[in-house]
Each structure stands twice: as C-alpha cells, then as structure tokens.
Design a protein around this ligand. Structure first.
Ligand SMILES: [Zn+2]
Length: 294
C-alpha cells in the first residue's frame, strides 16, 4: 500500500483566485507562497479533488493525507477544515485529513480540533508556530499539543533548516525547539515535514535520538530542497520506520521540468534511492498505516 502523508487541497474559492483570497482572508504568509510576493513567482500548483484522484490513480497511490496549512486566522482554519472534511467524505477510501488550527484562538482552537476529529480527521497539521505568530513554548500551542496527546492523534509541524537559500514564504524554525517539544512530551507523535530541516542527522547524537523516539519525518517537497541521496542517508540516520513518504502535491516539485502537478516523478525518485525492499515498503506506506491506524 502506498500512502502519501503530506498533500494539500484548498477550498475552491482559494484555488480560483489564490492571491485575492489570501488578501480577503488576511493571510499574507500563505499569500506569499502562492504568488503575492515582490517577484510574483510561485511554485504552487493547483488541482481539484477529482484531478487529485486521477493523479493518484496514474501513479499508483492508494491514499493521501490532506494537510491543512499554517493560517493566521481561526476563521480561515475553520474554512479549510470544512473543505478537508468534505473532500475526505467524498473519497473516504482514498483520502485522510488533518485539521489545521491557530493555537492563539485559545478555547476556540481546541474546540475546532475536537470538531474536526469528530468529523473524521486523524491528526493536526501542517502547522508552524513561527508563521502563526507564536513560539513552540507558548501556552496556547502547548494546549493544542496536550489535546493531541489526549485524543491520541499525531501533530505535523512544518520544518525548515536554519541554513540555505531564501525563497518566498521561507520560515526558519529553530531545530532546538522541536527537540525541546519532543522532550517535554515524549509520548507525542510528531511528524516533522520536509525531513524536519535535516534534523534526522542530529539523531546521530545519542541523547537526541532517545528524545526523538516518537518523531517521524516526511519527504514533502524534498526535490526542491535536497539531493536525492538524502532519502537513503536519512533512513541510515534514523531507521526506515521513522520516514514517511510525502510529496506536498500539488506543489510543483520539478518546476523546471513540468508545470503539471503529479506524484509519479517523486515516487520514482524515492524508489531509485537504493533502499532495500522492506525499508522502501515501510517508507512508502507501512509506517503511515501504523501511525494513522489505517
Ligand atoms: Zn510545509
């Protein structure tokens, strides 16, 4: 079974006019990602839910996890969650959803997570404190984390390395904060997106390794960031059981080659990374199946 744990599906009104929608909803951070930036450039691709299913079929993907995104306003999170729930109900055999949340909304945010989980969503994410106006050590964020523990659902956090090139929407996240969070909540199931800003390699440190025992890393957007050896090296560093296949679809992962979103090229890249068959099976689906109880 092949499971992609990190894709995005937006509300139809957002896809129809991303920049206008971002301005109307007062979501400048997301706006910058979709073209509302000084260069006007974006590598965001778009797809309807029906196109998503066609692209999954074409690449042989059995299931995807629709992640929310780190919106600033509680109201935008609610709109996003409504659509994620709707998409998942439309294709229950193919789609699983995570709830997005603005922790600063306090009790409203906690109630929204409960509503989303009652409606079938299976995790919280993709969120990012630093794009949402708070830190990982702030009380409202920790209240969301504690609710995730109580509901026994994973939390997916956006990750980015502290070095490297600049691009619209880049947010640097102090890697130490992820480690701090995992240390405070050893039972919390954390998914760090985009190979956690290369945090897997710090697991070579024995203490960090112990602290991060419930932390997973997804491969979303990797072709835009790292050389393909990174899959094999990350598996060597943390073990195949901690790496989750994710794409960031419909983001354009190979923008110089194609402006059409899809899964097939990334899947081929991961398959040719030189992993033994049993490890590849874990990365491509078994880990997600266990983690998400699918
Ligand atoms: Zn991300």
């Amino acid at each position: 079974m092949i499971i992609d744990t990190h894709i995005h599906m937006y509300p139809p009104e957002a896809m129809a006019d991303p920049v206008g929608w971002a301005r109307r909803m007062d979501e400048p951070y997301w706006g910058a990602l979709v073209g509302d930036n000084p260069s006007g450039k974006t590598i965001q691709g778009w797809a309807t839910v029906d196109q998503l299913i066609r692209d999954m079929d074409a690449a042989g993907i059995d299931r995807v996890v629709i992640q929310g995104i780190y919106f600033r306003h509680h109201e935008t999170c609610v709109v996003q969650n409504d659509w994620t729930i709707r998409y998942c109900r439309q294709y229950p055999d193919r789609l699983t959803g995570f709830a997005t949340v603005q922790p600063l909304a306090g009790q409203q945010a906690l109630d929204e997570v409960k509503r989303a989980v009652d409606s079938g969503l299976r995790g919280i994410g993709e969120i990012l404190p630093y794009a949402q106006g708070h830190s990982m050590r702030d009380e409202p964020f920790l209240a969301v984390v504690e609710l995730a523990l109580e509901l026994d659902i994973p939390v997916c956090l956006h990750g980015a390395e502290p070095v490297g090139h600049d691009y619209p929407g880049r947010a640097v996240t102090p890697l130490q904060d992820y480690v701090w969070l995992a240390e405070q909540y050893p039972d919390l199931k954390l998914i760090l997106a985009h190979l956690g800003g290369l945090l897997p390699f710090y697991e070579l440190n024995r203490t960090v390794r112990k602290i991060m025992r419930n932390v997973y890393y997804d491969t979303a957007a990797i072709p835009l960031l790292y050389r393909p050896e990174v899959y094999r090296l990350a598996v060597e560093a943390v073990g195949a059981e901690k790496i989750l296949f994710g794409s960031d679809y419909p983001l354009l992962l190979y923008p110089r080659r194609t402006r059409t979103p899809g899964f097939a090229d990334l899947l081929a890249e991961v398959r040719s990374a030189g992993l033994p068959a049993d490890q590849l099976r874990r990365v491509l689906g078994e880990n997600a199946q266990n983690l998400l109880k699918l």
